[in-house]
Design a protein around this ligand. Structure first.
Ligand SMILES: Cc1cc2nc3c(=O)[nH]c(=O)nc-3n(C[C@H](O)[C@H](O)[C@H](O)COP(=O)(O)OP(=O)(O)OC[C@H]3O[C@@H](n4cnc5c(N)ncnc54)[C@H](O)[C@@H]3O)c2cc1C
Length: 451
């Protein structure tokens, strides 16, 4: 029986599901999989994107860990594709590669003032509060009033973490510096802005309802945003999710304010125009144009300009993938161009031996569960493409280990992840917390690789 030596680059859910699906699939060959991950720990955005106060979703790590623990996949953590290992190396050691490198950057928002001091990308803030080792440890939380631009779940995550009292986050896995930063935040008003109406939002009911359950935070919505047009009325009648969202808003519209120390305002029909600078050159206000329904499910500008005083702005308008050395990249969409996971060159022809899955394949939308169906599609092509696989010079499993060692790459492995996992849980135990994350890369590697 022949053997497939497969490299997977990126140990987020997409990469781990792809490995799992391939191992379980019906096929005419044996499989040996090496999973390369640039971080010392696996799980991608499940560890470094999902909010710390969503332990049920973080719990998906348990299922992903079970896949890794079957003993059929080797994990090489702290290995960056493009620096520690190259496409030429992969061709030398494997028959094929699947890229599942996800997305970690903010998509741009092209309005004046977006680069002012005090204007941030949501992805950077998320990486800070989730303790990503490649992001600064300090976050300037000095604003009393702040704006979040966007109407998806990431915007709600960011608004919730900004508005929530730090002590209510303490039982979660937030790193100590994040707790301290949030504890010192003087914020009293968090304003979320969406271009369209309340019945056209992208967030899900569960995440919306959660905002209303925050301790000592009042929800503020404006009655003028709820004069529904026919399209909105139809959406409420025909779409269960929208119906629930409408019900949540109704409750907030009816409820009196309780005098909480923090307020979370949801503004709709607000098209971002400008982040306005104050005399010191940093953020002083957010300017927007009031929009109205255009009768076709979209909105149009009304010409009415409004401004809200804020000292910081977070744009949560989507994530964006990063290019990989030697691999085609669609600069406009931030993805690897592909057909059902088969990577395509400039002439739209499949590149032999190279595949993609997850957010870097499809773009940064969709839940963790979607990466599973994604992986199924990609893996099907890997299996059926046997005639086009690479013919490596060094397919032996030890060869790649020797290569990394010869380069002095301090890689971590699955036992290392178990060490780090136990260490973080033990750190949390005396304080009754689920875990306390280790944040510095060197410390993650040191704890992982202790013998
Ligand atoms: C803020 C936020 C909150 C979210 N909350 C939820 C939620 O509550 N529920 C839900 O279902 N979904 C949620 N999602 C969506 C979910 O995180 C994604 O669907 C999923 O993580 C995408 O998986 P992926 O494996 O494609 O990418 P990722 O999870 O991004 O994994 C990619 C991995 O590749 C690694 N990598 C990148 N470049 C390289 C390289 N050059 N060399 C080696 N390794 C590399 C990265 O370090 C990372 O570990 C959230 C997303 C975000 C951004």
């Amino acid at each position: 029986m022949s053997k497939l030596r497969l490299a997977i680059v990126g140990a987020g859910p997409a990469g781990i599901y792809a490995a799992d699906i391939l191992l379980k699939a019906e096929k005419q060959f044996d499989v040996s999989i090496d999973l390369f991950e640039q971080l010392p720990a696996p799980y991608g955005l499940v560890r470094y994107g999902v909010a710390p106060d969503h332990p049920r979703i973080k719990g998906i790590i348990t299922a992903l860990r079970e896949v890794l623990d079957t003993g059929q996949i080797r994990l090489f953590g702290n290995v960056l594709y493009g620096r520690d290992i190259t496409l030429a190396d992969l061709k030398d050691h494997y028959n094929a590669v699947i890229f599942s490198t996800g997305a970690i950057r903010d998509a741009p928002l092209d309005i004046p003032g977006i680069d002012l001091p005090g204007s941030y990308g949501a992805a950077d803030f998320v990486s800070w509060y989730d303790g990503h080792p490649d992001f600064p440890r300090e976050w300037p939380l000095t604003a009393t009033s702040t704006a979040v631009i966007g109407n998806g779940n990431v915007a709600l995550d960011v608004a919730r973490i900004l508005a929530k009292h730090a002590d209510d986050l303490l039982p979660t896995e937030i790193p100590a510096n994040v707790y301290e930063g949030l504890k010192a935040s003087p914020v009293t008003n968090v304003h979320v802005f969406g271009r369209r109406g309340p019945m056209q939002v992208k967030f899900t009911p569960l995440e919306l309802r959660e905002l209303g359950e925050l301790d000592d935070v009042d929800m503020v919505v404006a009655e003028e945003d709820f004069e529904y047009d026919d399209a909105s009325k139809l959406a409420i009648e025909t779409n269960k999710q929208i119906m629930v969202i409408d019900r949540i808003f109704r409750k907030w519209r009816d409820e009196p304010q309780t005098g909480s120390s923090r307020r979370l305002h949801l503004h709709f029909f607000a098209k971002p125009l400008e982040v306005v600078a104050g005399p010191d050159g940093s953020v002083a206000a957010f300017r927007y144009e009031r929009t109205e329904p255009d009768g076709e499910g979209g909105v149009r500008g009304t010409g009415e300009i409004r401004e809200v005083e804020v000292q910081s702005v977070y744009r949560a308008v989507g994530y964006f993938g990063s290019p990989l050395d030697g691999i085609p990249f669609d600069e406009r969409r931030g993805v690897i161009p592909n057909r059902e996971g088969q990577v395509l060159d400039d002439a739209d022809e499949p590149v032999n031996g190279v595949y993609a899955t997850g957010w870097i394949k499809r773009g940064p939308v969709g839940l963790i569960g979607h990466t599973k169906s994604d992986a199924m599609e990609t893996v099907r092509h890997v299996i059926n493409d046997q005639a086009n696989w690479w013919s490596p010079e060094h397919p032996e499993e030890e060869a790649v280990v020797e290569l990394l060692r010869s380069r002095g790459v301090e890689y971590t492995n699955l036992d290392g992840w178990h060490n780090l996992d136990e260490h973080e849980i033990a750190l949390g135990e005396p304080e009754g917390r689920a875990r306390i994350k280790v944040v510095e890369r060197d410390e993650m590697v040191r704890v992982s690789n202790k013998s």
